[in-house]
Design a binder for this molecule. Structure first.
Ligand code: URA
Length: 432
């Protein structure tokens, strides 16, 4: 088989055979196919898409390129959650211990942030001592002892995806539905979960800016999961403004802890309870979403979820005192208010630009090797729909540099104050 014929078939809008996809995935992973030919194929896929069968074959070939975790010796239904990424999206952090506090096993293999989106692992590393690098035996032990874990991959999971993703990142081919679906699901199938709820974000801060693309991605993800016998579903949720009120690593941990103490912002709580209820029903612990929601709310109110969070942190080497005193995490030197420049209603607050503002302070990576400043970020005093007067505080910049005029300007240019705001619906759709 010749790679040029595989490129030719896709460039001309044809459907690739299972053999052609395997030839590409195996050959590129082994280093036998050069970057320029792989790039050409990825761009042809970006333009012409893939059928369901092609997407499934791509996923399975990437899955088979590496290890697969076997969790069958751990009793109970294993339920995971995955987000396609957003700004202020710390949902996984309170969700895993909250769901585990009902006796459900939650094996969460998470990722790092790149660009304007934050990564769950980076946020957790703001807790002194917390380690995300866990071997397979320790991963399983923690699932047995604590019921939940949030870590990086335990072994060599989907190395083909690692290589192809890195190439997509530099060839502007990330935002392709079949390529994203294959990338996410190859890793999720490899992680050994029985059930999975996907949080597919849509809006300015998401990969999928348009709702119809988010829905198409959600269907692709769910179809692949169901095709391998996984109980999979997706929630389409809003990412036009940041989620919650905190953006930045330590700040988002602090907000997650507040949520588990019953003091979380309403939007974050709503999405945690929505996804948590689905996970609880999938695990067979509740008969209806309403019953599940009530059980989750009870475990926030009685402190069990918070206690489970502390157990997870300590099991992963972290300092559990963070639960009582979040200031043991790195704290910023400067707290600089950003004030409204006009009277009116906040009509929009672009999530991606708020993420970039946090990144400019050092809270996110512009390149893979950048070191993070865990202390910095933004806390929002106002959100879309709130009424303000000129001079009111919109948000606070948490910085370790005194001069933040560049960040302030970017923020003010991306918060529109008008005479009305269209209401934002947080949960757009559920796809089963
Ligand atoms: N997350 C992934 O793991 N892969 C993608 O392609 C996009 C988001």
């Amino acid at each position: 088989m010749r790679m040029v014929d595989v490129i030719d078939a896709k460039r001309n809008g044809g459907e690739l055979t299972a053999e052609q996809i395997k030839f590409f995935v195996d050959g590129y992973t082994a280093g036998d196919i050069p970057d320029y030919q792989a790039s050409a194929l990825l761009m042809a896929i970006w333009f012409n898409g893939m059928s369901d069968e092609e997407t499934r074959n791509l996923t399975m070939d990437m899955l088979h390129s590496g290890d697969r975790l076997d969790l069958s010796d751990i009793p109970g239904v294993k339920v995971d959650k995955h987000s396609t990424g957003g700004v202020g999206d710390k949902v996984s952090i309170p969700l895993a211990p909250l769901v585990a506090s009902l006796g459900i096993v939650v094996p969460m293999i998470s990722g790092r942030g790149l660009g304007h989106t934050g990564g769950t692992l980076d946020k957790l590393e703001a807790i002194p001592g917390y380690t995300v690098e866990i071997g397979e035996d320790a991963f399983k032990k923690q699932l047995r002892d604590v019921g939940c874990i949030i870590s990086g991959a335990t072994g060599n999971i989907a190395p083909a995806d690692k290589k192809i993703y890195a190439l997509r990142d530099v060839t502007d081919t990330v935002d392709s539905i079949p390529l994203i679906a294959g990338s996410i699901m190859s890793k999720k199938i490899a992680s050994g979960t029985d059930a999975l709820v996907m949080d597919v974000k849509t809006g300015s801060g998401a990969f999928m800016k348009r709702e119809e693309d988010a829905v198409a991605l959600a269907h692709a993800l769910v179809n692949i999961g169901k095709g391998v016998g996984m109980n999979a579903m997706a929630v389409i949720s809003d990412m036009n403004q940041p989620l919650g009120r905190a953006i930045g690593n330590a700040l988002e941990i602090e907000e997650s802890i507040a949520l588990l103490k019953g003091e979380g912002p309403d939007d974050l709580l709503d999405i945690v309870l929505t996804i948590g209820s689905q996970m609880t029903v999938m695990a067979g612990k509740a008969k209806s979403l309403e019953e599940a929601r009530g059980m989750l709310e009870e475990n926030i109110a009685n402190g069990k979820a918070l206690e489970r969070f502390r157990m997870m942190v300590e099991a992963q080497g972290g300092d559990g005192r963070v639960v009582d005193d979040p200031t043991i995490m790195p704290q910023a030197k400067y707290h600089i208010p950003v004030l409204a420049e006009a009277d009116g209603v906040i009509a929009s607050m672009k999530a991606d630009e708020m993420g970039i503002a946090s990144m400019m302070l050092g809270g996110g990576r512009a390149t893979k090797d950048d070191k993070l400043d865990y202390a910095v970020g933004l806390t929002l005093d106002r959100k879309v729909g709130d009424t303000v007067k000129a001079g009111d505080r919109l948000l606070t910049i948490h910085a370790n540099r005194e001069d933040v005029e560049d960040v302030k300007r970017l923020i003010l240019d991306n918060i529109v104050i008008g005479d009305h705001a269209d209401p934002i619906t947080l949960i757009h759709q559920v796809i089963v």
